[in-house]
Design a protein around this ligand. Structure first.
Ligand code: RP5
Length: 191
């Protein structure tokens, strides 16, 4: 079953190069059968579109926005300044391969994603954004589900089941580790 016929979450990213990371948010929302709408909105290449998107998100009735960006990463903070919808920011360790082909520059941000993490989490007082870890789009998805669970009690039950599954999987791995011993376990698991 789906919780709403309409999308409850808006997923946005600054570039198509962020999509391989941002799909982590979509995957967990899909697993929980939560509808989301996905778009590319660039804070520096399409600044007007950023405010248009905020209006669109409010009109659509999104409950949460998940915004991923790399580098100076203005998208989540600017989105939060345009809307009252809670924004979860995903700092991205930039892949930037669109330009790599042309310039031969490094595929990754010079600061390893710390640049985006700080840009997102250090929003000045009054316009907060919740930041997950670098490239942790899946966590942004789980956090969005936690927010939605306040409104949809069935989601809270599903989240509890999700925790039980995580708990069981750790126990299973620990049993395997105990059974095989550390050396064999590592060989088996990470060969
Ligand atoms: C940011 O610049 C995007 O969020 C992306 O992470 C980064 C690089 O974008 P591309 O040059 O790959 O389009 O705006």
């Amino acid at each position: 079953m789906s919780y709403s016929k309409k999308a409850l979450v808006g997923i946005i990213m600054g570039s198509s190069s962020d999509s391989r990371i941002m799909k982590g948010a979509a995957e967990i929302l899909d697993e929980f059968k939560i509808k989301h709408e996905d778009q590319i909105v660039s804070a520096h290449r399409t600044p007007a579109r950023l405010s248009e998107y905020a209006e669109h998100a409010e009109k659509m009735g999104f409950k949460v926005i998940i915004a991923g960006a790399g580098g100076a990463a203005h998208l989540p903070g600017m989105m939060a300044s345009h809307t009252t919808i809670p924004v979860i920011g995903v700092p991205i360790l930039v892949y930037n391969d669109k330009h790599t082909k042309k310039t031969g520059n490094s595929k990754f941000s010079a600061f390893g994603g710390l640049d985006s993490l700080l840009s997102i989490s250090e929003m000045p007082t009054g316009s907060p954004v919740v930041a997950v870890g670098v490239n942790k789009a899946g966590n942004a998805g789980i956090y969005a589900i936690k927010i939605l669970a306040n409104e949809f009690p069935k989601l809270k039950i599903k989240l509890k089941q999700h925790k039980i599954i995580q708990h069981k999987s750790v126990l299973k791995e620990s049993d395997e580790l105990k059974k095989h011993g550390l050396s064999k376990f590592v060989k088996k698991k990470f060969k």
